[in-house]
Ligand binder design. Structure first.
Ligand SMILES: CC(C)(COP(=O)(O)OP(=O)(O)OC[C@H]1O[C@@H](n2cnc3c(N)ncnc32)[C@H](O)[C@@H]1OP(=O)(O)O)[C@@H](O)C(=O)NCCC(=O)NCCS
Length: 145
């Protein structure tokens, strides 16, 4: 069984490094990691942390209203496809709806676009390149009250 819990910024770092920063010379610590509004989620299987994601109060001109940005979504390779990412996102949606947030957005790597689409996120605008990582799309989920 996979359990989702809030974790600290520091707890996200090993999985960010392993999954998102291998051979990529970009920081694994993000501006906003320690902001008051920021929260980090971890997925645990048999008490092992197998996936992480972070949610920060950051606005994007493409969207209106109260916004959060999803960053650092990563599941350890050996545990991908088991539902950890989906469970983290569903937990985040509940938290954000309770906070009356209008929109969750992210800059999605192209390989992850189908994963986000399954969770109800839609592409907004054109693709763009992030140096060392490749093509990305901005994607968002709107919460309707
Ligand atoms: C993208 C990622 C976070 C998905 O996490 P995960 O824990 O493997 O995803 P889940 O097992 O919860 O998958 C949920 C659903 O999305 C689907 N899915 C997941 N990744 C997918 C992909 N790359 N392409 C197509 N479908 C995908 C799953 O099959 C599953 O479908 P189902 O609900 O019909 O069974 C993970 O593959 C990963 O860490 N990738 C490398 C890092 C990365 O690209 N992160 C995103 C940066 S923007």
């Amino acid at each position: 069984m996979i359990q989702i819990k809030k974790i600290s910024a520091e707890e996200t770092y090993p999985i960010r490094l392993e999954v998102l920063r291998k051979n990529i010379p970009l920081p694994y610590q993000f501006d906003g990691d320690f902001d008051n509004d920021t929260f980090h989620l971890g997925a645990f299987k048999n008490e092992q942390l197998i996936a992480v994601s972070s949610y920060m109060k950051t606005s994007n001109n493409l969207f209106k209203g109260n916004q959060f940005q999803l960053r650092g979504m990563a599941t350890l390779e050996a545990f991908q496809g088991l539902g950890a990412g989906k469970l983290m996102m569903e937990t985040a949606f509940e938290i954000l709806v309770n906070l009356k947030i209008d929109c969750l957005w992210c800059n999605a790597r192209t390989n992850a676009v189908p994963f986000y689409k399954k969770l109800g996120m839609a592409i907004k605008g054109n693709s763009f390149d992030i140096k060392y990582v490749g093509l990305h799309y901005t994607m968002a989920k709107m919460f309707i009250f």
